[in-house]
Design a protein around this ligand. Structure first.
Ligand code: ADQ
Length: 483
């Protein structure tokens, strides 16, 4: 039996004094521990341009570490890679494009080349560490071409890919000058996992309209990559959280000093909570406008409800993120200016990360979890909010229908985040919802969360990958007869 080798742009190498990792990292680590596996990726460090490894054609020597039964191998990126591959093509081209934000997408051929180079560097650095029986699982949009690069170097192992963010249909993806190449790169994988049925239909539509490949009856596509015929299986594997673990964390945190201080400061008012990275996909300005509409249209909530938004700063090197920050500062200031009383601040806006257990306690203290991204692969905050609730007196989740989580969380009040009035109406409904309905909705969501955990997600993806026929089998390397 071979190992599982996980590859992701950032590697969660445990460091002393660091807060506990989230559910996703824990699920991957458990799986790696069980298979004696390896986690490979970027160290998060940059290296000077003058180092010999930076020269074209040189292979980077990964830094090896072992911790709690898992091997880690990491490489540094150069400043130029960081700019072109990471801030540029990954976060300023693919991220907005995959989130349907063509107006924010920028494109630069040098950044596209840097993206490809870093994927080649990753493949070259990983190849010598691989055994013939290993199963490789590559994560997310930063590393789409990595399997094609590994195949070009002769790798025959099973390679799976999971996309954490949405995948748009061809009408959107075709705006990318390299769209066809990116789709061909995907064919180098044996299994491509996406979050939802919506992403799956987006991807199948791209293969069909972009490359003219008709999916077979079992959801696979066959096509040529690097002179070889290959078949990639496509399927949806919605990610989950460590539901029990998070519920326990929240129960304990409710007695912690932060949640106690928060509760005391509310003076008996209801709390609406929002938490995310400060990212334009999360719909934060729309959410603030929705909250303002609540106060304008339903004045019975004035001085009775407080909205706490914690937004961890993110990707400050990209201009659209700095602009968002400015917009939010202004909006929060304006709403408070319009509605605050000397003893009540309607919007509490905290632009930084908070500890995981503190966040869990805040979720539990909130009558409403307000999760309204404009697009999101899944959205774990929605799941964490539900897991954190007190079963005897649960709060209500108001959720964007554009979050992947909406496909499986039927107990939420769904909303189109672009419609401020609709957000206000759903907030009003959530704040007034009787206990019996809150319980019923929460029960149905919690049952789903207990089934669909992060561990189940990792297991089901790998089980599907490992059941697929070995790529070396002849049928995968023949050119099919043309008809
Ligand atoms: P993200 O876009 O980062 O993930 P999400 O799934 O919501 O979004 O996960 C965010 C995590 O950060 C949660 O665990 C949350 O608790 C934590 N967090 C949020 N705000 C915080 C704050 N202010 N301080 C501290 N922690 C905070 C990407 C995709 C998602 C997909 C995940 C997993 O964009 O759609 O669900 O990957 O596949």
């Amino acid at each position: 039996m071979g190992r599982v080798v996980v590859v992701s742009n950032r590697v969660a190498v445990p460091r002393r004094g660091e807060p506990a990792a989230g559910g996703l990292a824990v699920a991957l680590k458990d799986m790696l521990k069980a298979s004696g596996g390896l986690w490979f990726g970027w160290s998060g460090e940059t290296r000077p341009e003058t180092r010999p490894e930076t020269r074209a054609g040189a292979t980077l020597e990964p830094r090896r570490q072992r911790s709690a039964g898992i091997d880690y191998a990491t490489i540094d990126l150069s400043e130029a890679d960081l700019k072109g591959f990471y801030a540029g093509y990954s976060n300023n081209t693919l991220w907005p494009l995959f989130h349907f934000r063509l107006g924010l997408m920028e494109y630069d051929r040098r950044e596209a080349a840097s993206y490809r180079k870093v994927n080649r560097d990753f493949a070259q650095a990983l190849l010598p560490l691989l055994g013939p029986e290993d199963t490789i699982w590559i994560h997310d949009y930063q590393l789409i071409p990595m399997a094609a690069e590994l195949r070009a170097l002769g790798a025959k192992q099973r390679i799976g890919f999971f996309l954490h963010i949405p995948f748009p249909p061809w009408a959107v993806l075709s705006a990318l000058p390299d769209a066809e190449r990116l789709l061909r790169d995907l064919l180098a994988y044996d299994l491509i996992g996406v979050q939802t049925r919506r992403d799956l239909s987006g991807m199948l539509n791209c293969f069909q309209d972009g490359l003219g490949l008709v999916p077979d009856a079992t959801g696979g596509v066959r096509g040529e990559v690097a002179g070889q015929m290959r078949r990639a299986q496509l399927s949806a594997h919605p990610i989950g959280i460590d539901t029990r673990g998070f519920a326990t964390l929240a129960r304990k945190a409710a007695y912690g000093p932060e949640t106690q201080r928060l509760a005391a400061s509310l003076g008996g008012r209801s709390l609406i909570v929002g938490a995310e990275r400060l990212d334009y996909t999360k719909g934060l300005p729309h959410r603030m406008r929705g909250f303002a509409a609540l106060l304008a249209r339903f004045p019975e909530h004035l001085n009775k409800v407080t909205y706490l938004q914690v937004a961890a700063r993110s990707r400050n090197e990209v201009a659209s993120y700095r602009n968002l920050r400015r917009e939010l500062d202004q909006l929060a200031g304006r709403i408070n200016g319009d509605y605050a009383e000397f003893d009540w601040t309607p919007v509490r806006y905290v632009a930084r990360a908070v500890a995981r257990d503190t966040l869990a306690g805040f979720y539990r203290a909130a009558r409403v979890g307000l999760v309204t991204p404009l697009r999101d692969g899944m959205n774990l905050v929605a799941k964490e909010y539900v897991a954190a609730q007190d079963p005897d007196d649960p709060g209500v989740l108001v959720l964007s229908s554009f979050a992947g989580a909406a496909e499986s969380m039927e107990g939420a009040l769904l909303v189109n985040p672009l419609d401020a009035e609709a957000v206000a109406e759903q907030l009003d409904r959530a704040l007034k919802m009787p206990l019996a309905e809150r319980r019923e909705r929460w029960d149905s969501m919690m049952r789903g969360l207990e089934e669909q955990t992060a561990t189940r997600w990792a297991e089901s993806f790998l089980a599907e990958l490992e059941e697929l026929p070995i790529p070396e089998q002849d049928v995968f390397w023949e050119t099919p007869a043309r008809n």
